[in-house]
Design a protein around this ligand. Structure first.
Ligand code: 5GP
Ligand code: ZN
Length: 114
């Protein structure tokens, strides 16, 4: 756990969050500032800064993150479709440096994203 990381603090229960799904190594909770009717963050419970830190070692974790995304999308009833976003680094729009996927849905998504 990284004590000044907000997502590690959510995993530890130090900061409250609207948790939708929790497994041994993955947590899904609603974004504090939703950008769509459904906006859920899916994170590994272990601290990894971003996708850039991933190695072959995290292959099982990656599949668990995507499984959690499917689980949440089904539970939220996003039958028409949804979007997964991973911002990487400052120029990618990343503001919290604990790897996370944004699951967005409940409205028509546009392309390209901002
Ligand atoms: P990023 O910009 O790093 O891709 O996404 C970080 C996201 O985390 C933002 O959408 C922001 O609203 C959300 N966020 C930041 N702090 C908290 C928090 O303490 N709780 C929750 N639920 N979401 C947070
Ligand atoms: Zn962290």
């Amino acid at each position: 756990m990284v004590t000044d990381c907000p997502f590690c603090r959510i995993v530890a229960g130090d900061i409250s969050a609207d948790v939708l799904h929790s497994t041994e190594d993955v947590l899904a909770f609603r974004d504090l500032h939703p950008a769509a009717p459904t906006h859920v963050l899916i994170i590994p419970k272990v601290h990894l800064e971003s996708i850039e830190q991933l190695t072959q070692h995290e292959a099982p974790l990656l599949s668990h993150l995507f499984n959690a995304a499917n689980h949440v999308a089904n539970a939220e009833g996003l039958r028409k479709g949804w979007r997964l976003v991973a911002n990487v680094g400052p120029a990618g729009g990343q503001t919290v440096f604990h790897l996370h996927l944004h699951l967005l849905g409940g409205r028509q998504m546009t392309w390209p994203p901002g």
